[in-house]
Design a protein around this ligand. Structure first.
Ligand code: DGY
Length: 317
């Protein structure tokens, strides 16, 4: 049986599947392994099942044992892995697309609603007590008729668009290429981000973190938005320059944010804590039992398929 290092604790059903499929090394305490510990523990292994908390940078990958053939990431995003370094060492990298699109889109919608309808302030007031209903109390932004810009119209973006449309939002999007009419469903395509941001009353960031998208929300691009726009991010923190966004919130250029992901998680920029209109969640995108099981099972299947056939449909490098 192939020997696999699984760097984080999985839900029991998935650990049972791993036991049936491989000779796995589990992380029973769910300790966060250092990069050197991953290298050391993967000795004699054929593959590693990583999570987004494992920083598989060039140095780590270069020091992995020669027996490692695959790094299977337990996430759709793979910004934590240096794909080129893995490729150079002949190590395949895989991800877990599709199975988490619905759960992540639900959180994407929650971020939009939470930011627009001032949920953070509402929760705080309800807990503190002493609030009183009045005609102008915690007035927020209604979604009906509002323009939603989607940055990255992949599976998650399309699902968010579908739900948002049913809430009466008008969908605009930017992607590397225009979608077919069937997938676009009347959404308006924008070739560049300046054009998209200028019509985004609300933005939903759904694109992967890459060299091209890193800090795409920055000092310059934040000015492209209409005054009082709302920015939400269900993708990756690396896409946002936090200082620029926090400054725009403080100036009221940006009305509110809804964030599930951050640079340097879990140590998000403390500037967000001071902003009442920041609706912030601790990276819950895929956090439902069914989805987490489906993701882990897919990560296991990816290793199995790759080690058996030398290929795999979810290979990303
Ligand atoms: C992913 O799969 O990339 C998600 O962010 C995990 O929650």
């Amino acid at each position: 049986m192939k020997k696999i290092l699984i760097t984080r604790k999985l839900i029991k059903e998935s650990e049972d599947k791993a036991t049936k499929t491989f000779d796995p090394i589990f992380n029973t305490n769910d300790e966060l392994y250092s990069q050197s510990k991953v290298i050391q523990m993967s000795k004699g292994c054929d593959g590693i099942l990583t999570s987004l908390t494992d920083k598989m940078d060039q140095e780590t990958i270069n020091n992995l044992p020669d027996t490692i053939k695959i790094i299977s990431n337990f996430a759709v995003g793979f910004g934590n892995i240096d794909l080129e370094a893995a490729k150079k060492r002949g190590i395949a990298v895989t991800n877990t697309p599709e199975v988490l699109s619905d759960a992540t889109a639900e959180i994407g919608i929650l971020l939009i609603l939470g930011a627009c309808r001032r949920a953070a302030e509402g929760i705080e007031s309800a807990r503190e007590g002493g609030w009183k209903w009045s005609a102008d109390y915690l007035i927020g932004k209604q979604l009906t008729g509002t323009r939603l810009g989607i940055l990255g119209m992949g599976r998650i973006g399309q699902k968010i668009a579908k739900i948002a449309r049913s809430l009466g939002m008008i969908i605009h999007y930017h992607n590397r290429s225009k979608l077919s009419d069937e997938k676009e469903l009347g959404a308006v395509y924008h070739k560049d981000i300046k054009s998209l941001f200028s019509v985004s009353d609300v933005l939903s960031i759904c694109c992967p973190a890459t060299k091209e998208t890193e800090n795409m929300i920055n000092k310059e691009t934040v000015e492209f938005f209409p005054k009082g726009a709302v920015i939400t991010n269900v993708a990756r923190g690396d896409i946002v320059d936090d200082e620029a966004l926090i400054d725009a919130l403080n100036r009221r250029k940006i009305y509110a944010v809804g964030l599930d992901v951050y640079k340097n998680e879990p140590n998000l920029n403390p500037g967000y804590f001071k902003i009442k209109s920041a609706f912030i969640l601790p990276h819950l995108g895929s956090a439902t039992k069914d989805t987490r099981i489906a993701m882990a099972n897919l990560a296991i299947d990816n290793i199995n398929e790759f080690l058996k056939t030398g290929n795999c449909k979810n290979k990303v490098n």
